[in-house]
Ligand binder design. Structure first.
Ligand code: FAD
Length: 350
């Protein structure tokens, strides 16, 4: 991880905000122009909507690929951009974007990362994907490290009394992972019906039968803590009766939803929650800031992956002129020795 304290912000020619398909292809197109970049995404993984909303579903309208799933497309994009060596900063939102006196842009993330970028590419789609928050009394008085939203690891459950709250695939997977480590594991959901793959549901059934996972059907009403240390979760059953469950760690998986959030606060021209851009350059109304993909609007805009790819290409050409001071030449990846060098491929004919 970078040291991005006040003294040492990351200096970069380009910052890409959003690692959905448009942001990933932006990295590729910038790379072909010889521009290296940093990428920030709110999710703990790349792929945006393709990975988050329909990873296992088929896509049929990517040129040259008759069919692939969301995950497969993201995997291929990752392979394609590997030579560009972009630095990824995941699980954090770009919260602020400010113009510096020298014309560069300063971005600040929710994790305290600061970047100074000569150009910025907003590929924020329908907004940052952030976990739905648990909104009950007592949440605000907890010390950090006891309430976890969609954690990547369940290591904090080791030897503890753990409650997993939620009913989807991630909640079930978290409860199964916690059961291997925790002293006691409870899966708390409002209905006795869980949405997960047959394999995970089968494992849940087995652990429920053996008593390794205790399933509780109800709604959380309050968290109880002593001096900021989580002690218990108060919950209500279907008949309106209140109960208490001891807990040291609470894992909340209530789903992830997109929030346009900060993008709307950066002072850029917008129309119906989308950034207005010039379709020839994908430039916004701020110098050095471009926007591509679902976040943009212009006459005839279509929210399709294919259109995001085209926009990323146009934006990279425009940014190359902005950053390098001259119009870049059009070169083909088939025949250009310069592009082969960037891509790390050798070709006997060039
Ligand atoms: P997104 O995929 O939305 O990615 C944006 C990323 O930016 C997200 O990861 C988000 O977390 C991140 N982000 C936003 N704000 C911030 C911030 N401030 N800081 C950090 N990160 C931020 N299109 C097709 O062409 N063909 C299809 O078959 C197709 N099927 C679809 C099926 C479904 C169910 C859905 C929902 C969409 C489908 N689409 C399809 C549309 C397609 O997924 C979108 O057009 C595409 O994902 C847009 O890409 P994007 O990169 O612009 O945005």
């Amino acid at each position: 991880m970078h040291d991005a304290t006040d003294k040492h912000p990351i200096e970069t020619d380009a910052l890409v905000i959003g690692a959905g398909p448009a942001g990933l292809f932006q990295v590729f197109q910038l790379g072909l122009q010889g521009i290296r970049c940093h990428v920030v995404d709110a999710l703990p993984h790349v792929g945006g909507q393709c990975a988050q909303l329909y990873g296992d579903k088929p896509i049929y309208d990517i040129p040259g690929i008759p069919v692939c799933t969301g995950h497969e497309l993201v995997g291929m994009l990752q392979r394609q951009i590997a030579p560009m060596e972009a630095r990824l900063h995941l699980s954090q939102q770009v919260a602020r974007l400010l113009r510096l006196d020298d014309g560069r842009w300063q971005a600040e993330t929710t994790e305290g990362l600061r970047l100074h970028a000569r150009s910025v590419f907003i590929a924020a789609g329908v907004g940052a994907f952030v976990p739905k928050a648990l909104k009950v009394p007592g949440v605000e008085s907890l010390l950090p490290g006891q309430l976890h939203y969609h954690p990547a690891s369940l290591e904090m459950a080791r030897g503890k009394t753990v409650i997993v709250h939620g009913g989807d695939e991630e909640a079930v997977a978290a409860a199964l992972a916690a059961a291997d480590l925790a002293q006691t594991t409870c899966l708390l959901h409002r209905r006795d019906a869980f949405q997960a793959s047959p394999l995970l549901l089968e494992r849940l059934r087995a652990l429920r039968d053996s008593g390794a996972i205790h399933v509780v059907i109800g709604q959380i009403t309050q968290l109880q803590s002593d001096a900021g240390r989580l002690r218990a979760v108060q919950w209500m059953d279907g008949e309106g009766l209140e109960h208490e469950l001891a807990a040291q760690q609470l894992v909340v998986c209530l789903g992830i939803s997109p929030r346009l959030g900060p993008v709307a606060e950066w002072g850029l021209a917008m129309e119906r929650k989308q950034l207005q851009v010039d379709p020839a350059t994908l430039a916004t109304d701020a110098p050095g800031i471009y926007a591509v993909g679902d976040i943009v609007t212009y006459p005839g805009k279509r929210k399709l992956i294919l259109c995001g790819f085209h926009e990323a290409t146009m934006a990279a050409f425009a940014a190359a002129e902005y950053l390098q001071g001259e119009k870049p030449l059009l070169q083909y990846t088939t025949t250009s020795a310069r592009l082969h060098a960037i891509l790390g491929v050798s070709h006997p004919d060039t």
